[in-house]
Ligand binder design. Structure first.
Ligand code: NAD
Ligand code: DAU
Length: 334
């Protein structure tokens, strides 16, 4: 099977490539990636002789079209993915997440190629902390940020192309991923690398916001389950029952690294900050038989902390720049 992995040099896409190489010997992989700031070229270096890597933009039809034409499957991970960046400047989010997805859709339509579109639970907006419900495939879209609204729009484009043009596509909406190779602008790797560099972790607002954590390998196994057994035109929610509030995560990181659990700072809250996400992945589990392997967040987090401790070369060159950018917009609260 010839698979085009767009955004395959980013966090989840690169983990997808590495895991697919380890588990699917029949797959021939081509990565199409723009190599924005979010891609780390060293991630795929060890497997460079087993894959083809094309540097290019999913919004560029001339690049996309021939790559799609020669593929059996396109898995679209490419996106601008960080909420904080979308608040500072939404333009790249509109261009990549909307125009880029549109460009891929037109190519898969032209060449009749199967598409799996990777999306997020953030399209559903947020839940109150005490809301007994969770997101399902039937929950109405209600995105809050420029990032999540462009992801919601990309999902709508995929649905419309399925209905109007009969393309063979599926969508999955996953909750917050953690694991190796995640950019250190994101919450968990930022706090791990803060502690490893002697900087106090930073919690937005009151630190009580809840995210539903899933290990990146569980996400990618679910993606393959949808590709292998999912119904065309269907949406599948991916989640591993991993709800934890941000303060608890920071305290766990500090404790694991031998620091006092309260050695963190509260900083200015994110504008429009979603309170809580929670996924009901019933459809994925019953219909496709998927189960997460990482059912204990504490041990998955411990493995992730160990990875960042052992792979300083991967992230250390970027640490100062990331923290300098945050310092320009976030103040420590008393
Ligand atoms: P990431 O920011 O780490 O990686 C995105 C990758 O896409 C990078 O390699 C970047 O260079 C590439 N890219 C960006 N613009 C591009 C363009 N125009 N053309 C080609 N490549 C481009 O993101 P991630 O965390 O790996 O997320 C991957 C996908 O999964 C995204 O669609 C995101 O919305 C979705 N998602 C992420 C999470 C999460 O917790 N990180 C959860 C659910 C869904
Ligand atoms: O739910 C899926 C989404 O998860 C994906 O679609 C996004 O691509 C991905 O970035 C992630 O979005 P979040 O905004 O939830 O992730 P982030 O890592 O930015 O923040 C997680 C939580 O931690 C959130 O409540 C904000 C908070 N936070 C974040 C940072 C960077 C802090 O308290 N301090 C921080 O320094």
């Amino acid at each position: 099977m010839r698979v085009l992995v767009t955004g395959g040099a980013g966090f989840i896409g690169a983990n997808f490539v590495l895991r697919t190489l380890a588990t699917r010997p029949d797959a021939q992989l081509t990565v199409l990636d723009k190599f924005t700031y979010a891609a780390n070229p060293s991630t795929l270096q060890p497997v460079a002789d087993r894959i083809r890597v094309v540097r290019g933009d999913i919004a560029d039809a001339a690049t996309v079209d021939p790559l799609v034409a020669e593929s059996d499957l396109v898995v679209n991970f490419a996106a601008e993915s960080h909420n904080d960046n979308s608040l500072a400047d939404p333009s790249a989010f509109v261009q990549t997440n909307l125009v880029g997805t549109y460009t891929l859709l037109e190519a898969v339509r032209r060449h009749d190629v199967r598409l799996h579109h990777i999306s997020t639970d953030e399209v559903y907006g947020d839940l109150d902390l005490d809301d007994p419900t969770r997101f399902t495939e039937e929950t109405a879209y209600n995105p809050s940020s420029p990032y999540s609204s462009t992801k919601a729009g990309s999902d709508m484009l995929v649905r419309a192309w399925v209905r109007s043009f009969g393309i063979a596509a599926t969508i999955s909406n996953c909750s917050n991923n953690y694991g190796p190779y995640q950019h250190i602008e994101k919450f968990i790797p930022r706090q791990i690398t803060n502690v490893l560099t002697g900087v106090r972790p930073k919690l937005y607002g009151d630190g009580r916001n809840v995210r539903d954590w899933i290990h990146v390998d569980d996400h990618n196994d679910a993606v393959w389950a949808v590709v292998d057994r999912g119904r065309i035109g269907e949406t599948y929610l991916i989640g591993a029952d991993g709800e934890v509030d941000n303060r608890t995560v920071v305290e766990a990181i500090l404790t694991a690294l031998g620091q006092p659990a309260d050695a963190f700072d509260f900083v200015t809250d994110r504008a429009g900050h979603d309170r809580r996400y929670a996924i009901d992945s019933h459809r994925l589990r019953t219909e496709l038989g998927w189960r997460p392997a990482y059912t204990d967040f504490a041990s998955g987090l411990a493995a992730t902390i160990a990875w960042y401790r052992e792979n300083r070369d991967w992230w250390a060159p970027h640490k100062e720049g990331v923290e300098a950018a945050y310092a320009r917009t976030q103040q420590i609260l008393d």
